[in-house]
Design a protein. Structure first.
Length: 225
């Protein structure tokens, strides 16, 4: 009886082990990991399981916790990994985050969600639309906003009003605006051009031009058109 108890105890001791990951094969349906347990034991092609909807490829050197079913060292499964050098720290109780070793992270803070790109580009793709339902405003702190096609707005404002709405005007100092095959319709508008030129069909429109029966004034100052 004592011998049977000893055998059972040895199998219990072999159920859980901890080691360091050396290589990972992430090409198959199940991720296979080589893990070094102590100095003498290396387990090859050990499957690693993760929660549905979450996946990662742990770096070499990460800690791994292995469960051996029934204490059988030939039947192990990695159930957890940890990288002490890359772990995002100082989370408050209740906070959640995903992160990597480059500093990229999505942090669900108690004060709101924070995304850190770590100086790397972000890409949203394979979606027909993106909708932001925002109660107050969306702010872009960037030197330039680009679009490859249509930019559409219900109102264009300017005026430098922080957190609010500026005057319903469009202002431009220097630069060039190109319209190709565009029909423009002006109703009850006053357009003033000072020191500027407008070109139509390859020639400059000046004070001799007439638009909708109203002749532009001198010095390329347009009246109501």
């Amino acid at each position: 009886m004592n011998e049977e108890i000893k055998k059972l105890w040895r199998r219990v001791q072999l159920v859980v082990s901890r080691g360091r990951i050396t290589t990972t094969d992430d090409s198959g349906a199940v991720q296979k990991v080589q893990i070094q347990i102590g100095e003498l034991e290396t387990r090859d092609t050990t499957p690693r399981v993760a929660e549905y909807g979450f996946t990662s490829n742990p770096l070499p050197g990460c800690h791994g916790v292995v469960i051996f079913v029934g204490g059988d060292r030939s039947n192990g499964v990695i159930i957890g990994t940890n990288d002490q050098t890359a772990r995002l720290k100082n989370l408050k109780p209740g906070e959640v985050a995903i992160y990597d070793d480059q500093g990229q992270s999505i942090w669900l803070k108690r004060t709101g969600i924070e995304v850190d790109g770590a100086g790397l580009p972000m890409l949203f793709h394979n979606t027909p639309s993106i909708t932001f339902k925002v109660g107050n405003f969306v702010r872009f702190e960037t030197p330039r906003v680009e679009t490859t096609q249509l930019l559409q707005s219900m109102q264009l404002t300017t005026g430098g009003v922080s957190g609010g709405v500026g005057l319903p005007i469009a202002a431009m100092t220097n630069g060039t605006i190109n319209f190709n095959n565009v029909a423009s319709n002006y109703q009850s508008c006053t357009t003033t051009y000072v020191g500027s030129t407008i070109t139509s069909d390859g020639h400059i429109i000046d004070h001799r031009e007439t638009h909708s029966g109203v002749q532009t004034g001198p010095n390329n100052t347009g009246q109501s058109v």
